[in-house]
Design a binder for this molecule. Structure first.
Ligand SMILES: Cc1cc2nc3c(=O)[nH]c(=O)nc-3n(C[C@H](O)[C@H](O)[C@H](O)COP(=O)(O)O)c2cc1C
Ligand code: SF4
Length: 489
């Protein structure tokens, strides 16, 4: 049952305490050293051009985070293919390097050189919008003998089994008119999912040639993206192996590929390791190479923390420079979208684990990913590796972060939404002015904007904003500030 939780009370440190703290101490990440263990993980703000290029709004967004001088700032999930992907950043061709180099320059300048800038590289499979039932039953659904048998049994009418007695159009019409129980008894789980959430490719769809060939196609795509990141001046690349996307699909226990890239744990790890090797071969030790993956997929039949432990050890053994752990964020249990809309992976139980809100079970939203991250870190240490481990999820105070580091549960502590609410918060804490932190309320207004692909902003920014103030850049409707208000620290 959902309970409404209060934000944790915080006694912020004075400047000397912050200076002596673990969170504000340096951390080596392969070839680069972060000045502090403060970290802003990837957040998509929907500010690129339709063809994936850096815009002034993108520069403003990352420049504003840079002013808070996090140890590491990770640029949003950035597409590695040269295909249209809406206003998401892209890195799938050399023409993107120039804009990305400007982004690197902006962050360097506005952080005074204090922030290490990484970029998250993503591949994703096709997701279609939820179809109207008439269209799904009328056209998309494949009517075969097995479906006919199940429909006949559900309706208690044998004639549906025989194409001679009941033509396909009648089967389709009967399903469209049937009550939900009959539909559920007739469709396979996959078909039900297509009806409720829209058609979605998975890595196990080996009948699709472009899915079958992913193991050949992806290593060079990721490697070339990493080379471009290096050329643009990034300090590191984070391979996106988390949430609802292609590489997480390979790591998932739900991956049933029978071509050596699925099934067993070794099979599931194979492509992620091959991608890592290709990236490393391309960029060597010139930039940091890490990955983001899940401690627990949360969804039924998904990977659990014991998988995550094994994956962490395997990545460490392969020489990865850092492991960033997230949680959940899957399509399989997402809330069915409205007809005509695409499914969003942060709406169901796994999504709520990924970006927990203050309305959640008795464990509360704060630090839900810490215990499992600590298990992954312990497994990596027990195997003899010192690979740094980054944790995220409901962390929004100095005390939380410092305790996680003191307990040896992670090596860097990331905060997404708290950094969005107040990009200056690391600086405020570092200077002993934590009382000025604008605290995230964990109610996910920002996530709602992400869901509908609107430019992401924080609801707290608008409190100090007079509409019509021409000096403030706003969203297209003029209602929302596009960047956090300035801190005149
Ligand atoms: C607007 C928004 C966009 C996000 N985009 C990404 C993304 O591109 N890649 C990613 O790995 N995580 C993404 N996340 C997840 C965050 O990085 C983070 O894991 C999550 O919000 C939990 O951390 P928090 O409690 O500190 O917010 C996004 C989160 C938000 C709020
Ligand atoms: S919109 Fe809400 S949840 Fe998002 S950063 Fe702002 S306060 Fe936090």
């Amino acid at each position: 049952m959902a309970i409404r939780h209060d934000l944790p009370a915080e006694t912020w440190p004075d400047e000397a305490t912050a200076a002596a703290s673990r969170w504000f101490s340096p951390l080596a990440l392969g070839p680069v050293t972060a000045r502090t263990r403060t970290w802003v993980p990837a957040m998509v703000p929907w500010r690129a051009t339709e063809d994936g290029r850096v815009t002034r709004d993108v520069l403003d967004w990352y420049g504003r985070f840079a002013e808070g001088r996090p140890g590491v700032l990770v640029v949003e999930a950035t597409g590695i293919r040269d295909v249209p992907s809406g206003p998401l950043l892209r890195i799938g061709h050399d023409r993107f390097v120039e804009g990305l180099a400007e982004l690197v320059e902006t962050v360097r300048e506005r952080s005074g050189g204090a922030t290490r800038l990484f970029i998250q590289a993503i591949d994703f499979l096709s997701v279609k919008r939820r179809p109207p039932p008439e269209k799904y039953f009328g056209r998309f659904l494949a009517v075969d003998g097995a479906l006919r048998e199940r429909l006949a049994a559900a309706l208690g009418e044998g004639r549906f089994e025989s194409p001679d007695e009941t033509p396909e159009e009648e089967v389709r019409a009967a399903l469209l008119a049937a009550p939900r129980e009959v539909v559920e008894a007739t469709l396979t789980a996959r078909q039900q999912d297509e009806l409720d959430r829209g058609y979605r490719e998975t890595v196990s769809d080996l009948h699709l040639p472009h899915v079958r060939s992913l193991p050949e196609v992806l290593p060079p795509l990721f490697a070339d993206a990493a080379a471009r990141a290096r050329d643009a001046g990034f300090d590191g690349v984070e391979l996106h192996y988390a949430h609802a996307y292609t590489m997480a699909g390979f790591l998932s226990r739900r991956n049933v590929r029978d071509d050596g890239y699925g099934g067993s744990r070794e099979g599931r790890l194979r492509l992620p390791l091959e991608v890592l090797a290709a990236v490393r071969a391309q960029v060597g030790g010139e930039i940091a190479v890490g990955c983001r993956y899940l401690t627990d997929e949360i969804v039924e039949g998904g990977s659990r923390v014991d998988d995550a432990e094994a994956y962490g050890v395997a990545f460490a053994e392969a020489g990865i420079d850092f492991l960033s752990l997230s949680r959940g964020g899957k399509f399989e249990d997402a809330k069915p979208p409205r007809v005509g809309h695409a499914v969003y992976p942060y709406t169901g139980p796994s999504g709520h684990e990924c970006m927990p809100t203050i309305r959640i079970d008795e464990r509360g939203p704060f630090g839900r990913n810490v215990a499992d991250t600590a298990r992954v870190r312990d497994a990596v240490r027990a195997a003899g590796y010192e690979t740094p481990v980054v944790v995220a999820g409901g962390i929004a105070t100095f005390s939380q972060a410092e305790a996680i580091l003191a307990n040896g549960q992670a090596d860097a502590v990331a905060a997404a939404r708290q950094s969005l609410a107040d990009p200056d918060w690391f600086e405020k804490v570092r200077r002993g002015r934590g009382d000025e932190v604008r605290r995230c309320t964990f109610t996910n207004y920002c996530e709602g904007l992400d869901q509908v692909h609107k430019q992401v902003t924080c609801k707290l920014w608008d409190r100090e904003f007079e509409r019509g103030d021409a000096s403030v850049r706003t969203s297209e409707d003029g209602r929302r500030r596009l960047v956090a208000p300035p801190w005149r620290g």
